[in-house]
Write a protein that binds this ligand. Sequence first.
Ligand code: HEM
Length: 154
Amino acid sequence: MLIKIIHMSAGLLVIILFYVQAVMLLQRRRAAQAFPVHSVQPITGLAKGLKMALHICWTIVIVAGLYLLANLPGIYPYWLMAKIGLFVLAIVFSIFSFRGKGSKRRQNISLIGAAICYALILFLVIVKPWGYVLTGHANQPVSGSASEALVHPN
Ligand code: HEM
């Protein structure tokens, strides 16, 4: 349970840190347009700290997520599989968004891509659609989910 709480908290932090960094990037861009490039502060201090914090949270989410995955009783909900795929995509998009190289267009597309992925992840962990899994060619309810309550009401 503790690992799950750590996983969920780090996951939430990842999403918050992504949006904070995205806003900072857009503000920095606006400043760079309004003032000469050399007068815009390089990315140090808080912004650098946030970048490091995001990397640390990614690591915690992955390590705790893999631990939880290894402890599932051979049942893998569809929302979980979709979430893991989206998370990988979100990391790739985030790297292209914040690494400072590449065109503005690519950065914009990556920012939108990552924002959509994180929004979809939030939707999946809250709504948990298709709470059924396929094991041994039979659909089973996910432990602890609403679908199980329908099968075993008490
Ligand atoms: C930003 C990314 C992520 C967020 C916000 C997130 C959030 C969550 C939340 C809220 C839960 C609890 C769901 C519930 O039982 O009600 C959960 C469970 C879980 N997550 Fe993640 N997660 C993320 C990424 C990942 C990744 C990358 C992995 C795999 C490496 C992973 C694996 C798991 C597993 C195995 C469970 C337990 C499912 C169960 O007990 O039925 N998660 N996650």
